[in-house]
Ligand binder design. Sequence first.
Ligand code: ZN
Length: 312
Amino acid sequence: MPDESPKAQVIRRQSRNDSANALRTTRSTFWLVQNCIGAENCEMSTIAATEFLPLVAAAGAAKDSIVVSLHDVAPSTRQIANTIISELAHRGVRVCSLLVVPDYHHQGLFTTDRQFVSWLRDLEADGHEIVIHGYFHERPRRAKETLGDKFLTRLYTQDEGEFYDLSYDEALHRIVAARDEFRAHGLKPRGFVAPAWLLNEDVERAARDAEMEYTTRLRTVCDLRSSKVFPARTLVYSVRNNWRRGLSRAWNATLFRLPKASSLLRISIHPSDHSHAAIWKQIIHLIHGSVGSRTATTYQEWIAEQRLRRGL
Ligand SMILES: [Zn+2]
């Protein structure tokens, strides 16, 4: 290379820096454009979009999936929840969707228990997902309930269908309050699951308006941005008495043996399942039979993967 004057060297260095800056600018513009396209397609706010996109990039497993969700996580169930999470990890399920109730049965807001909050933060950092699971997980009985109301809120669930007949305004208020409390403590909930999966249309709209990405029901998973509903019935146990436990085991074993209807297998666990040996044994057995052919993931990662596949 011919000798250059000091001035020429400075200009060349500047030009090299300019090229590098231009490349960086191009990359930033690319990401910015990508983010904007994602935000437009998903109809979410810029903040929600930019937070969700890294998950989209991380998703992409080709295998079928299994999502194990642990319900009713709260300070009072932390110990047993921790045992369940450890046992699942030993069986190959290293990430779960953790359905956390902000003020479980009015026992006190989770934020007042610092150890609980830091335990949740550690779990989220390890890849588990924090999901908003109602606010109180309780529904006061109303006057003049129909037989259908009574069946769903008292027999199917024990007065825990908090969002079953909540108004849009009240549902929005509770979900936003829960979301903001989690966020203020460094947690990033992206899904809302109503207690006992009981929610009306207004509640679903409220969850969408509260920037929730998805909700689930007993038989489906719903992407709240695209309104796409994925059929995927969850396995779940009722352990309230002997006949329910017996029926649950037979029913779930049958569901599990049915020809595969969905690429997503859902198993919903409640803390009380762990104290019934036969139930817990079956859950572990079903998980053992699934993790070889399915990738254990969380609902938010699974939704991100579906969006990626559909080009959203
Ligand atoms: Zn629950």
